[in-house]
Design a protein around this ligand. Structure first.
Ligand SMILES: Cc1ncc(COP(=O)(O)O)c(C=O)c1O
Length: 369
């Protein structure tokens, strides 16, 4: 039996949007959120907060570092807003926030609003490939204060050389912030080893943890320099001190938390993260590559030549040009669950998928019935 609830229909290829619910996560929501509430009401808080601790511990288990370096967030955009407002005053001469033009627009919006605090946003044009280190080497000029690096781009699948970019940022005194929304859970990844200063992610896609369970990881040693503005009692060193005259930041990433936290998304996500750890991200990655190969082998030589070049993340993003209507009609009639951006069709193979899914999609693509 599949350990995920896979929506009925043909192959489910939408993990780049929403990963399937692991069976264990549904049970965890009932056992660790709903039941304590039913049975203990307000006394459920110790159980609920314990679950958020489990979420942080599960992140540390999957991505390295300590649980204290992770702070729950509702999504990447709000994590990025909080981070930018928490930075110390800009050193003289530094006034640019840098990102690639095909970064996820929501994060671009955050950078643009940060412009109000005197930091201008510069977008590297699409023509300069963000997966080429030379693009970054040229763009990371002395004015740049913060670089936002998308590890895997959602509409192309391209993979940025995060470690090399982080090394350049460190040499040039630039804060390196990495968006792992499309890589966490499908590419093997250890946050401390990337050399990044901050990593922003969420669990909705390849981590199969549903919406609402985002996170912020902060490099050890950096957190003391960051003073978030958007705080609440759960950002306090002692949330239960309750002295309105005394706010002291938590000494770890928890200072980025806020007021009374949401709990249910983190209960679901903690169970999903543990499930992915049990399956093994290395193994899931290898499974993705096998299914991509099966799909590729099932295509005609003409189509094989049009697949994106490696390295890519988990999603095959294939530009169809004027063949878009024919191919998507065939995929739809095979019941495939996929989406598109412009003329680019996006197909994601994850742990919930089988060899048969890859064969079915290739057959539909070729036009077999
Ligand atoms: C690369 C990337 N970053 C960020 C996001 C989402 O950001 P947020 O969690 O703020 O909605 C997505 C969603 O598709 C994405 O693909």
């Amino acid at each position: 039996m599949n350990s995920f609830f896979v929506p009925e229909g043909g192959p489910y290829l939408l993990t780049h949007s929403v990963g399937c619910l692991p069976r264990v996560a549904r049970e965890a929501l009932d056992a660790n959120f709903v039941r304590p509430w039913m049975e203990r009401g307000g006394n459920a808080w110790p159980d609920w907060l314990g679950q958020v601790d489990e979420f942080r511990a599960a992140l540390a288990q999957l991505f390295g570092g300590t649980p204290g370096a992770y702070c729950p967030q509702s999504n990447l955009s709000s994590g990025l807003s909080k981070l930018l407002l928490a930075l110390p005053a800009a050193p003289a001469g530094k006034r640019i926030l840098l990102a690639a033009e095909d970064s996820f627009p929501s994060l671009g919006f955050v950078l643009q609003r940060a412009g109000r605090s005197g930091l201008e946003t510069r977008l590297m044009p699409r023509a300069q490939p963000p997966d080429d280190i030379r693009t970054w080497s040229d763009a990371l000029t002395s004015e740049v204060r913060v670089a936002l690096v998308t590890h895997v781009h959602s509409n192309t699948g391209r993979v940025a050389p995060v470690e090399e970019i982080a090394r350049l940022c460190a040499e040039r005194g630039i804060l390196c912030v990495v968006d792992v929304a499309q890589s966490a859970g499908i590419l093997p990844l250890n946050f401390p080893a990337t050399g990044a200063d901050v990593v922003l992610g969420s669990c909705i896609k390849w981590l199969c943890g549903g919406p609402g369970a985002g996170y912020l990881w902060i490099r050890p040693g950096l957190v003391e320099d960051l003073e978030p503005v958007d705080v609440g009692w759960f950002s306090h060193a002692d949330p239960f001190e309750m002295d309105i005259h005394s706010f002291r930041y938590a000494d770890d990433a928890r200072r980025f938390w806020g007021g009374t936290p949401s709990v249910a998304p983190f209960v679901i996500a903690a169970a999903s993260l543990r499930h992915l750890h049990t399956l093994g991200v290395d193994e899931i990655h290898a499974h993705n590559r096998r299914l991509v190969d099966t799909f590729r082998e099932g295509l005609s030589a003409r189509w094989r030549a049009r697949l994106p070049a490696w390295p890519i993340g988990g999603t095959l993003c294939i530009a169809l040009g004027n063949e878009f209507d024919d191919v998507t009609r065939a995929l739809n009639s095979a019941g495939a669950q996929f989406d598109s951006r412009g003329d680019v069709v996006r197909l994601s193979f994850h742990a919930c998928n089988t060899e048969n899914d890859a064969l079915l999609v290739a057959r539909a693509w070729r036009g077999d019935r």
